[in-house]
Each structure stands twice: as structure tokens, then as C-alpha cells.
Design a protein around this ligand. Sequence first.
Ligand SMILES: Cc1cc2nc3c(=O)[nH]c(=O)nc-3n(C[C@H](O)[C@H](O)[C@H](O)COP(=O)(O)OP(=O)(O)OC[C@H]3O[C@@H](n4cnc5c(N)ncnc54)[C@H](O)[C@@H]3O)c2cc1C
Length: 193
Amino acid sequence: MTIYAIAATQSLQPQRHWRVPTRTHPRPHCRRRSRRPPPSPPARAAIHVRVLEKEADTGTAPRACGYYGASHFALEKAGVYHLLRRAGFMTHGLCWRKLPADVDGTGRHKKLGEAIASLPFAAEGDTTYAAGAGQLNLPQSQFTRLLLGECLGTGRVEVLFRHELKAIRDEDGEEAVHVVARDASTEEDESFT
Ligand SMILES: Cc1cc2nc3c(=O)[nH]c(=O)nc-3n(C[C@H](O)[C@H](O)[C@H](O)COP(=O)(O)OP(=O)(O)OC[C@H]3O[C@@H](n4cnc5c(N)ncnc54)[C@H](O)[C@@H]3O)c2cc1C
């Protein structure tokens, strides 16, 4: 069986690691999960997947860099959360500060501005950050490369770059879906079933 999907891409530069100075409320929803990662879905379900991506490679544009809450569980379920944790780093939450303050009046040395609001994503003192707690920081460009490697590693995923999806036809009574994509290399339409 072949499934068609669209690839995710993109990126951001790594952010500085800093901690939220104060806690505004408890985090009742931080759930503990098994640390053993489940197998990735394609390997688990033995489904063959073909990904059509119109770009020539995964993206490098500045995009996501912080992942929170429910997305951790989705990534854990996909069997990749541990990989992303290893590649990225965790922070406690977010805070908002006033402008950087002068240290010595010369304007050359600055310190962080005063924190005026904070948004913790984990319980106070939590340093383990089980899935669902804290903020996972990783540029989306790296995130995507890791996912791509993981997909290709299953031997069941084929990624066709420079293939722009043009049409999907799903006829009543047919088991297969018909897809037309434009191959930018040949500038011809290709059909997939
Ligand atoms: C500046 C910015 C900052 C962000 N920060 C965060 C953040 O910190 N945390 C967070 O969780 N989210 C963040 N997001 C949102 C996050 O980037 C998106 O939610 C995520 O990329 C969506 O993934 P997607 O796969 O649905 O779509 P995309 O990542 O947009 O992927 C769609 C893919 O489909 C391809 N495509 C499109 N049309 C076709 C076609 N016809 N044929 C073939 N391929 C096609 C595109 O080239 C692209 O590769 C941010 C977004 C932006 C723009």
C-alpha cells in the first residue's frame, strides 16, 4: 500500500538557554511516560509511504524552534521524541523582559532586562522534563532532517523531492488513490497510484 504525504521542512537559529525566574501556577498536566521509545509508525505498521515534496530539499527558512505540551506526546507516539531531545535542549518556559540594562553606564556591557511576566511549562524544580513538560528547543530545519533520516531508515519511506502535487483522485469503489505530480527535473507530469 502506498500513502502520499507532503513533507514538512524549515528552521530557526538555536536560542540561548535561560530559565524562567518565577513560577506563576502549578503544572497539573505533566504526565510521566515510559522512557523506552516506541517503534516509529511506518516500521510498526509496515506501511510503505511515498512523500512528494515540491522543493529540492528540506527547508532552511527560519521557522519553529520551540515545541511544547501536546506536540511532545505526538512526537513520542511517533517514536522520535527521544531523538529530538538528544539533538535539542530543554528550557523551563518563556518569560518576557524589559530591555537589556546597562551594567556600568558605558553602554557596552549589558545584562538581561527585568523579567515582567513568565510562562512556565513544567513544575517548579522539574529538571527531567518528561514528555509534555518544558519546552524542547530545536531549529525546525534540524528537526526535519532528523525526521527524514528516521523515515528513510525504516526502508519503507521514499521521498521524491521536486515533485509538486497537482491532483488527487479518489474514485468511489476503488481501493487506490490516483495522484498527479509535476516532476521539476523533467518538467513532466507523473502519475502515482
Ligand atoms: C516564523 C515561524 C515560526 C514558527 N515557530 C514555531 C514554534 O516555535 N513552534 C511550533 O510548534 N511551530 C512554529 N511554527 C509553525 C510550524 O512551523 C508549522 O506549524 C509547521 O511547519 C507545519 O508543518 P506542516 O508540515 O503542516 O507544513 P510545512 O512545514 O509548511 O510543510 C509543508 C510542505 O509541503 C510542501 N508543499 C506545499 N505544497 C506542495 C505541493 N503542491 N506539492 C508538494 N509539496 C508541497 C512545502 O514545500 C513544505 O515543505 C512557526 C512557523 C513560522 C512561519
